[in-house]
Write a protein that binds this ligand. Structure first.
Ligand SMILES: Nc1ncnc2c1ncn2[C@@H]1O[C@H](COP(=O)(O)OP(=O)(O)O)[C@@H](O)[C@H]1O
Ligand SMILES: [Mg+2]
Length: 528
């Protein structure tokens, strides 16, 4: 492209030559030299101060030279005045042009400055925007992890959710968890909890990892176990302390980072992540992960606490069941001894006394009345002893089974309390072993005791039936009705005991009450 300045200069030269030619033909008296001022505006268009000076100087020289080259004419004072006015005009215009040029250059400089500032600001703004985006992505990740860690879901699921969130955030395809098996252990067991973007691609790595536990200092997880902070390996295949890389030729991963799950100062697990490319440590990510590790530590802590509670509940339950079993055995033993030994002795005593009584048929003294009184007493005692033995453990339960035992107990209850006992038969023979029968029988007895103590009932209805794997006994009274608060009250130890007994045999006790319409207790026990 032709330089614009060149065109203006060329134009100026042509104009200058043209005017000079004109000047040399027109006589001196004519004020044609004024035309030289045109050179200055032309130079002004070059936007270069230097050319304004040059044009003004050229104009000046040509004006002066013209005096000598023009044909003579006019008065000398006219000639001098004309030429002086020309020079004056040339320089006034030149000065004006120079001022204007200076001004616009200043403006240009200010403009350029402004432009530069704006550009710098834009760059800064973009930078802080990116920072902000990064920051808010971290905040979101933090939030996601906190939500997952506090949700009432299994620890496994919490960890899975977190793995996938972190992998998505860092854009890494592999995430895996190690957990210490218990509170005292200092070894990391590989959990089968993974995030794998492409499971078949990382199959070898997964298999090796799942077979490799880590102790303190061993491999990436072991390093985290010791340092208790995030660790980063730029390329695991070149790392001297990465045992898994030595097992297989190509494990498919390169960069790795891991961070601890912490409860206080104890590492209870490690999360590790891998990418397929070697990568420099990302300090921001590591910082955020350190905090995520504390959040997840809490989830582990909660899981442990829940396991503790469950274990101690289970122990208590077993203890209760064992105590009940021992109590039942004791009752059976005492019942047998009372019945067999004590009742036997009393029967012998009774026999002896009747013999003595017979021998004294003619005796008129008060001795005879005494023996008869003793006989009566012994008789009553025998009844009492038998009743005690019966109460302790009705032999009918062992001899004739649950159905008969319940019938018998119901009739006894009716005799003792005046509450009507109706039993609905039609359930066929109940086939149940002695332990399960005993459990149902004891729950039934506790139910009767409750009816007597609390229900103010007039009638009791008992229904028993057996369905495939389950035996059900339903006891319905027509009393005041139990409330749901009473059923679930922690102080209702009788009901709790009933439930625990049933539970020992994979069964349950269901209680329902309606105000002023009575209570129904349903006992379900698995037959085996
Ligand atoms: N058949 C019933 N009718 C009405 N209320 C009942 C009945 N059985 C139990 N309850 C209520 O349930 C409560 C808890 O019963 P339970 O656990 O056996 O404790 P306890 O008999 O020692 O009070 C009783 O205090 C009573 O208020
Ligand atoms: Mg009770």
């Amino acid at each position: 492209m032709i330089n614009k300045n060149f065109i203006y200069i060329l134009l100026a030269v042509i104009v200058a030559v043209g005017i000079l030619l004109l000047d040399t033909t027109v006589p001196l008296g004519v004020a044609d030299s004024i035309l030289y001022i045109i050179l200055v505006p032309i130079a002004f268009f070059t936007k270069n101060k230097k050319f304004i000076y040059i044009s003004a100087i050229a104009g000046t020289l040509l004006t002066v030279t013209g005096i000598f080259l023009s044909p003579p004419g006019g008065e000398i004072w006219q000639v001098i005045t004309n030429r002086s006015l020309t020079l004056f005009a040339i320089w006034v215009i030149a000065i004006l042009c120079l001022l204007e040029r200076g001004q616009s250059e200043k403006m240009k400089a200010i403009h350029a400055d402004l432009e530069k500032n704006i550009q710098k600001r834009t760059v800064d703004l973009n930078k802080s925007n990116t920072e902000l985006e990064k920051e808010s992505a971290y905040v979101q990740l933090h939030k996601d992890v906190a939500i997952a860690a506090n949700e009432k879901i299994e620890l496994q699921d919490t960890l899975k959710v977190c793995l996938s969130k972190i992998c998505a955030h860092a854009n890494w395809p592999v995430g895996h968890v190690y957990l210490v098996p218990n509170q005292t252990s200092n070894w990391l067991e590989p959990a089968k909890i993974w995030f794998l973007e492409n499971p078949s691609r990382f199959d070898t790595f997964r298999k090796i990892s799942e077979a490799t536990p880590f102790g303190p200092g061993m491999g990436l997880p072991g390093r985290v176990l010791v340092s208790k902070q995030p660790e980063w390996i730029i390329d695991v295949t070149k790392d001297t302390n990465f045992p898994r890389a030595k097992v297989a030729e190509n494990i498919g991963v390169k960069a790795g980072f891991a961070f601890p799950l912490l409860i206080g100062k104890k590492v209870v697990g490690v999360m590790e992540f891998f990418s397929v490319e070697a990568e420099e440590p990302n300090r921001d990510l590591m910082k955020v992960m350190a905090e995520v590790g504390i959040q997840l530590g809490r989830a582990v802590e909660r899981q442990w606490a829940e396991e503790d509670i469950q274990n101690s509940n289970e122990r208590l339950r077993r203890l209760y069941q064992r105590l009940e079993m021992i109590r039942e055995e004791e009752r059976t033993r005492i019942a047998r001894e009372v019945h067999d030994e004590l009742a036997q002795i009393l029967s012998t005593l009774k026999l002896e006394l009747s013999l003595l009584d017979k021998k004294m048929t003619d005796d008129k003294s008060s001795l005879r009345t005494d023996t008869q009184m003793m006989l009566l007493l012994v008789n009553n005692t025998i009844q009492t002893v038998k009743r005690i033995a019966m109460d302790l453990r009705p032999p009918i339960l062992d001899d004739l089974g649950l159905h008969e035992a319940i019938q018998w107990q119901g009739r006894e209850f009716e005799k003792r309390t005046g509450i009507n006992f109706i039993s609905e038969v039609g359930f066929g023979n109940i086939e149940l072993d002695i332990e399960r029968s005993t459990a149902i029988f004891r729950i039934f007895q506790e139910t009767l005791t409750n009816i007597l103590r609390h229900a103010k009932a007039k009638n009791i209805n008992v229904l028993m039936h057996q369905e495939d794997a389950m035996v059900t006994v339903k006891i319905k009274d027509d009393g005041i009705g139990i409330t749901s608060d009473q059923i679930s009250d922690n102080k209702s130890l009788g009901i709790l005991g009933m439930r625990e007994r049933a539970r020992a045999w994979k069964g349950d006790v269901n209680i329902q009450g309606t105000h002023d319409q009575g209570t129904t207790v349903t006992i379900n026990i698995q037959r085996n």
